[in-house]
Ligand binder design. Sequence first.
Ligand code: ADP
Ligand code: MG
Length: 565
Amino acid sequence: MKKLINDVSAVVDDMIDGLIRSVGGLNRLDGERVIVRSDLDAFRSSGQVALISGGGSGHEPAHAGYVGAGMLTAAVCGDVFTSPSTDAVLAAIRAVGGPSGVLLIVKSYTGDRLNFGLAAEIARAEGIPVEMVVVADDVSLATGSDTAGRRGIAGTVLVHKVAGAAAAAGRSLEEVAAQARRVIDAVGSMGVGLSSCTVPAAGRPSFSLAEHEVEFGLGIHGEPGGRRDRLQPARALVSTVIDRIFDDRGLKAGDKVALLVNNLGATPSMEMAIVAGEAVRAAEARGVDVLRIWTGTFLTALDMAGFSLSALAVDDELLDLLDAPASASAWPSSVAPLAVAMPVVMPAARVESAVRSGEGDGALVAAIEAAARALIADEPRLTALDQAVGDGDLGLNLARGSEAVLTEIDDYRHLERPAALRRLAATVRRSVGGTSGALYAVGLMSAAAVAERWTAGRVVWPEALAAAASAVARLGDARVGDRTMLDALIPAVEALKTAEDDPRQALAAAIRAAASGTAATADTTSRRGRSSYLGDRALGHPDPGAEAVVVWLSAVAETVTARGA
Ligand code: ADP
Ligand code: MG
């Protein structure tokens, strides 16, 4: 287990301490794991209904992140995935409850229902008006009475929001509870887990999922879900979830919904954006209008990868409550109303038209094709090398560019050498990316300029490669010994210059020189590129960009040999 904690038994207290120190507007109730609004005195004199939620910890930012004006008044934090005690809830009620009363918003788990329920009873006996609502939005479970029933998951946040806005508007306890129940009746949620989660005190994952498995409908404590399935594209996973929720909630064409797209804890924001886009698409496919959508980390299961979706049918009144301002740290305050999201179309860039001169260079096209195929074949090896000393993208960058080249290879056949090289440079510029994309594009453009000066009968390939290498050195401000592709390119250029008689022998010498230059990079630290950040840690690994030069140069040499050129 690798976690940023001090001590497994102190995680909840340390978290509360961290929140109080780093998030504005929060205070801790002395001696309790209860977080309250820091403007409690002003709040009490406002006469508003107080809202309390809580439950086991490990679902951050729920629920402390929803404490603030327009949402919760207090959050009660249990141990990780464990209901808080009755007394902790009672302490919260006593601290925030006035004559206007308190609404407890509880997720449906036995421990929470019992502890919040008992605290409510005691508080009522003490004269504090208390109402309790229970959220059970997980549609992956049956509603039947032969189980503990549905669990409360991320839809709870929408209950906080709506009830909080109603309370902030000065509505009575009865009215605030009625709004909360409206949301509870309408909202449906479902999660998909890509990984398990690790409870600090347990020290290992709660369950295990195979590399290509996902768990549908799992709970936010790492409880297993309804079923396991193979990992599918985001679009398929999301539409399965949307279908399930919409069917369960009876949402049909023409209905209007708000969607909450929730990160279960460890999903990259990039993937969350993809999931959100697919959720809108899936809803639209069913003719349902998405009027609001919030994407982010709302209610998690520690470090679980995956998402949950919550859908709430809305009318104007609910929209007003959802849109009302809230200062809670975890509620997104700047949300643009969702219009019909159409991508803005940019005018297409002018594509260099393929000049059909008819005088193509078959040997050049064969060499380009062979180089592309070799780079694709060696993608895993180059990736592994760049993972060791760079960011791991070099193999994919070059393979992607090579695929683009292969797609266009037939166009090259009709182009004269300079045009073919310029076309190759354009393809590389468009498709490769990274440092190597820019450097290869520049190198190819310089080679094309040399090719303009080509005269029949005169072999100028060494000159073209030399021009390419100097252009790379200029743009990248690097030289031999800096642990870059130049450590392969420049020795190859030198070898070609000195062995000009037989092209096959010359190329063989160039490859040997490039390979030994590449091998030498394993003994040098870098002054350029990403591996310069590594210093001595790059020692022992050859430079991936130099190795790539050896790969394509060898492939080119093979075609030359094969053609007997
Ligand atoms: P990045 O991920 O840094 O954008 P790539 O993965 O596309 O770069 O390419 C990495 C390779 O680029 C390195 O292995 C090295 O051979 C080459 N490289 C990096 N910096 C330079 C430079 N300044 N000059 C020449 N080649 C360089
Ligand atoms: Mg890289």
